[in-house]
Structure formats: C-alpha cells, structure tokens
Design a binder for this molecule. Structure first.
Ligand code: UDP
Length: 385
C-alpha cells in the first residue's frame, strides 16, 4: 500500500470513477475534478422532481456487454434490473421495428417471408457490386439495399451526423445488425440491464471510498499537474492541449423536454427516419425503468448539431479532417509525461459504457503493474488512432 502517492483524475464520469477507485483501493490519495456540478458525466441520471421519473439527462444509456468481468464489476455497485433495448422507428407514416429484422422486412415490403426467403430477397435487392464497403452508404446499400436504407438510415444519419452518409465511414453502421429472425433486441450482447437507482447512484458508489475526494464545479488546469504524481485526464484531449491544432469535431445534442399525462409513445426510444422531421428520436424516460410506476411522463425530443465551444461534446466525428488533427494532438500529447488520456473524450472515440469501464480497469492495472513507482506510464493505454 502506498502512503503518499497523489493522483488527479480529471472528469468524474465512468473512466475517472473506475480508475480512481482502483487506485484508492491500493492506497493512493485520489482527487477527482469535474467542471460540472454533478458526477457521472454524460451517463448522469436524476429523478424528475414533478413526476419522479428517472431521467437520462444526457440521452439514453443502456448497459450491455459481453465482458463478464465488467458486468460483475457494475453489479458490485448496483442492482441491474432486466432491460432489453427495443427500438422503434417512424418512417413514411408507419412504425417499424429496429434493428432491421424479419418483422421490419416483411412489414416494409408487405411480405410473409420466412428467414431464408428474406435473406435471398435482400441479397437480390442489395448492391452486390459493392465488395468492400468503405462508406456508411455503401455498407447500407450492400447489406439492406436502397429501400430500407432510404427509409431508416439515410435521413436519420444525415440529421445525426450533419453530413451525407457518403462521407461517413462504414464502421458507424456496422454497430447495427441485420437479422433474418424476429429478434428485436437492439443489442446482441450476453448481458444487458439498467441500474436500479440510476447511473449517478452507481458511479457515486464507485467513487465512495475514503481515499477519493471529489471536487465538483472545479476545473483542472495544466498548471496543477505538478501537484500530483500522475494525472488521468478524461476531458477532451484538445482542450488539455489548449486547442493548439484547432477544435476536434464533435456532435452535440439538444433536448427539448416535454411532459405528458400517461403514456406518450408506449416505448422508451422512437427514432424518426424521415429527414424532414428535425429531431432524430424521442425518448420517454419512464420506460427505461419498467419496474417502476409513474402516472406522469417526461420525454425528450433529441436534436443533433455541430458542437460549438460552449456546448457539451457527445459524439466524436472522426472524419478525415478530424483524424488529421487527431494525429497532431496525439503526437503532441506523446511528449507529455505524468499524464494519461482516457475515455471517450480523452481518446476521441465513440465508446460504449462497457468498453469505457474495460479500458479504465486496464489503465489502472497498467499503472499499478509498473515495476517501479516512478516507471513511466503510457500517455495512451488505448491509442486514439
Ligand atoms: N442509425 C440510423 N437510423 C436509426 C438508428 C441508427 O441511421 O434509426 C445510424 C446512425 O448513423 C447512428 C448509427 O446508425 O449514428 C449507430 O446507431 P446507434 O443506435 O448505435 O447510435 P447511438 O445510440 O450511439 O446514437
């Protein structure tokens, strides 16, 4: 056990909390700083004072993973209630099931296909001339064909990313499966659930250790780095380096809150595929806690737009221009010592919560596993590039 190692963790979200706890358990004195007035970063949940509904303040977060260690880890801090993410989408005046599955295909084409028939049909309408899809559009045209692409993906993606799907990488769509059965579970992972008392309660418990002091509404400046033996930075990479190479591109979200007496849409997430509907989706938060009962309802209409300097960054864009800047930032960051960049913002990647926790555990282990106290620690345990 260490007596006097002082660690700063910048950002009290998932990355910061997990790293902070692992180090506090080994005797380090951890100080966590967050510019916001609450912990949990963009996973933050809070109860709506009027309705009592648990609200996902920064948009829907559903926990899903194949990683047994990560699943056991989160279950150590919270009871996870059974939850399956079943997303619907409204397109052209009808409601369909997502991800694209046999029900979607049969409804969309007015058919009664069995799995093999649907597979053969999609293969017939798909653009098989595309052998190695590079862009989002090519990936969609290859795997679902023009009709489904235009109804469910083209408009939504244009709204979500603010550019044409021809400019986006295929990897974004690869997150979503196409199924030739009636399985409408959005995720294919072994474990899925929702924390009974919300993510903020869970992260509060992770941070609840005598070795951790949390400073909210407290920015951390580069000048403070020397007060600590090591800094784990989960804020934006470009902001640590004073935006030397210009701001890295992010999408931000605006939420238009409204309430409803009763059940507004009958499900937690309704996407809107049509480009002329200005929002991407409506979230009805009480359906994220199906084990609770609330008469009133809180809903968010979700709008995506380019992130300005005063906005909260959500999705890293990672187009060619951003990647070039990113390379400059990474090279510049590699010259630093005594700091490790972690998490979605610190490594400028589109990270799910389970991957964030996995990487945080690996980062803490890399730090604790160094052969000597003052042995160098990598600036990036997980490369952003
Ligand atoms: N997407 C789409 N239509 C939908 C849902 C998703 O076109 O109805 C696209 C969109 O570009 C999105 C990507 O698929 O960014 C990945 O979807 P996912 O549901 O994983 O996005 P997230 O929930 O992380 O925003």
């Amino acid at each position: 056990m260490r007596e006097n190692g002082r660690i700063a963790v910048v950002g009290a979200g998932l990355s910061g909390a997990v790293i902070g706890r692992e180090l506090a358990l080994r005797g380090y004195k951890v100080e966590a700083f967050d510019t916001r007035g609450h912990i949990a970063g963009n996973c933050h949940t809070e109860r709506d004072p009027d309705t009592g509904v648990m609200v996902h303040v920064y948009g829907p977060h559903i926990f899903h993973t194949d990683d047994t260690e990560v699943w056991d880890y989160v279950n150590g801090f919270q009871t996870f209630m059974p939850y399956k993410n079943r997303v619907k989408t409204t397109s052209g005046g009808q409601v369909f099931s997502l991800p694209v599955n046999l029900h979607t295909i049969n409804q969309f084409f007015g058919k009664t296909f069995r799995p093999d028939e649907a597979k053969a049909f999609i293969e017939e309408i798909a653009d098989t001339s595309i052998t190695d899809p590079q862009t989002f559009e090519e990936q969609a045209m290859r795997f679902v064909g023009k009709g489904l692409y235009e109804a469910f993906f083209k408009g939504y993606t244009q709204k979500q990313w603010g550019c044409s799907p021809t400019e986006l990488p295929a990897s974004i769509l690869k997150r979503l499966p196409v199924r030739f059965n009636y399985d409408d579970n959005y995720f294919a992972h072994k474990y899925q659930g929702m924390p009974e008392n919300g993510y903020t309660d869970m992260i509060g418990r992770i941070l609840d250790h005598p070795g951790i002091a949390v400073h909210l509404s407290t920015p951390f400046s580069r000048a403070q780095k020397d007060d600590f033996d090591h800094v784990f930075w989960s804020g934006p990479l470009d902001s640590y380096l004073d935006h030397e190479f210009g701001p890295l591109g992010y999408r931000t979200l605006d939420f238009e809150r409204f309430t409803h007496d009763g059940d507004y849409q009958g499900t937690a997430v309704m996407n809107y595929g049509d480009v002329d509907v200005p929002y991407t989706r409506i979230t009805e938060h009480k359906h994220f806690s199906p084990w609770e009962e609330h008469k009133g309802s809180v809903c968010y209409r979700e709008f995506s737009r380019e992130c300005g300097p005063a906005d909260i960054p959500y999705y890293p864009i990672r187009l060619v221009k951003d990647k070039e800047q990113l390379e400059q930032y990474v090279a510049r960051a590699q010259q630093e010592t005594g700091i490790t960049f972690v998490g979605r913002l610190g490594t400028y990647r589109y990270l799910d919560m389970d991957v964030t926790i996995r990487e945080a555990l690996d980062t803490a282990r890399a730090f604790l596993g160094r052969t000597a106290e003052n042995a160098p620690m990598p600036v990036f345990v997980k490369s952003p590039i």
